[in-house]
Design a protein around this ligand. Sequence first.
Ligand SMILES: [Fe+2]
Ligand SMILES: [Fe+2]
Length: 197
Amino acid sequence: MCDHCGCREYAPIAQLTADHVEILALAETLSSATRSHRPIDDAGKARLLELLEMHSAKEEAGLYPLLISQMGDDDGAFAHLEEEHREIAELIETDRFEHLAFYALQRHVEEEEEVLFSSALFWFDGDTWEVLEAVHELVDAESPGVAVQPLHPERQQHDHDHPHDHDHPHDHDHPHDHDHPHDHDHPHDHEHPATAT
Ligand SMILES: [Fe+2]
Ligand SMILES: [Fe+2]
């Protein structure tokens, strides 16, 4: 888990990370019941499938292609992750999601959090973050009731008095100050999306 790089301060990454927490909790319960032949919680299984569908759509329409375009990577750079989305969903739908499948899901999440999220922090500029947020909002609009948290909860509470206007930690204490490409044009310095509206 990337606990220290700061990527969770970005709303779309915080949202994907929150999804991961709920997905892994539901998946662990399901795999445990499946392996020990106990009755499956149908509501938990349905919630897991809904979450996975919404979450995968965000990654496949947002994070993955944006990383590929920003990094100049091959189109198929994350095809293995998309394939894993399909495999995991199929195993859950057919009640074959046991402990090995759960471990595979854990590895999938670890790769995203440790490699992709930190790459996004390094490569994405303000425009890219805005595109990613738009993709997430579009998917959320098509999946009402599924998302675990709004993209910008602070906008609803601090529209007129947002603390990011004057003392966001990125202004003076970004952990990547010495080698981050955003040193000179970090979006938080002048156009943090939370201050836009
Ligand atoms: Fe994924
Ligand atoms: Fe993910």
